[in-house]
Design a protein around this ligand. Structure first.
Ligand code: BMA
Length: 313
């Protein structure tokens, strides 16, 4: 048993013993690295839409499927969703997708970073089976990253969490739209905190996770150090009916780079979760994260314990 307030937050998540679960060496074609995947459940399969960096330095997205979400990954033999010449904003590649089952359309919505020479932007595509993707184009102007739709509408409006750069500041914002084209009522949701572990910038992690207590938000917070950036994970809880209302935001980070594979890679000192799946039968939250921008790790948490922790922090 653990005390609600004295539990070490860094024990809330357990890393999977078989980490990293996906690496460049086991990819069916030659790549530099695989990291930052979107994650969802499709029937009996866990689907990861992985960011893959090719050996020119551009990213595309490739699907990996597994029956238990942990082992025996079946990776598409070629890129599943890559940049299209017709879409100027994708000229420098596609990165960091977040996936939700989008109730209004009964399709999966993928919001990803489309990297244009003018800067990163957030783009939307719909898919049914993760084979074909219907592009909807760019949602907001650059620079913007780390975005996800909510799976449902609120008062007949679509809602997006994203991370624009405004006056050099990198906070998490929330925006609203009647049609997925025109966006407004922009508000800051979570700020970076001067002097804290999330001092330099913050950005959404995985898609918002619906729980009985509210929308559970995992976000990354960055501190600049003498040896580079440290990317760690924090928690917040948003009101179920009004996601502009932050019910809780925890002070400490709950997961940070620790293992060798989180420190050894193209960008050392990075854990960057972008996908989450709730296993309702086990009451378990699985998060999929990029480790050092070089591989994919899996960590799990007991959802009730996690929510208890957030409510009491
Ligand atoms: C962020 C994003 C992520 C990346 C992280 C660490 O700005 O570009 O894709 O994983 O930096 O390098």
């Amino acid at each position: 048993m653990y005390g609600k307030l004295d539990r070490n937050p860094r024990e809330l998540f357990s890393r999977y013993m078989g980490n990293p679960i996906l690496e460049a060496g086991e990819w069916p074609y030659v790549i530099n690295s695989v990291f930052n995947p979107g994650a969802t459940q499709l029937g009996d399969e866990t689907v990861l839409l992985c960011r893959v960096e090719d050996c020119r330095g551009f990213s595309h997205l490739t699907v990996a499927r597994s029956d238990d979400g942990k082992t025996d990954w079946r990776v598409d033999s070629e890129p599943t969703f890559s940049r299209s010449k017709e879409f100027h904003e994708e000229q420098w590649g596609l990165e960091d997708p977040r996936v939700v089952w989008f109730e209004p359309y009964e399709r999966f919505a993928v919001v990803y970073t489309s990297f244009s020479p003018a800067g990163p932007q957030v783009s939307l595509a719909f898919t049914d089976q993760f084979e074909e993707f219907d592009r909807q184009g760019v949602l907001l102007s650059p620079e913007d990253k780390d975005a996800s739709l909510f799976p449902r509408k609120f008062d007949d409006r679509y809602v997006l969490i994203h991370r624009p750069i405004v006056r050099g500041e990198q906070h998490v914002w929330i925006s609203f739209s009647p049609d997925l084209v025109h966006w407004g009522d922009h508000e800051i949701l979570l700020t970076r905190r001067s002097g804290w572990w999330d001092d330099a910038k913050v950005g959404l992690g995985p898609q918002p996770i619906r729980t009985e207590e509210g929308w559970l938000i995992l976000y990354h917070g960055v501190r600049e150090t003498a040896s580079g950036s440290l990317y760690r994970v924090g928690l917040a809880l948003l009101d179920l009916e009004d996601p502009t209302k932050v019910i809780k935001r925890c002070d400490p980070w709950v997961m940070g780079p620790r293992e060798d594979y989180e420190y050894r890679g193209d960008v050392p000192g990075v854990v960057f979760p972008t996908g989450a799946i709730v296993d309702e039968t086990k009451g378990e939250l699985r998060i999929y994260y990029g480790a050092a921008d070089s591989s994919i790790g899996l960590a799990t948490a007991d959802l009730d314990q996690l929510l208890d922790y957030v409510k009491n922090c």
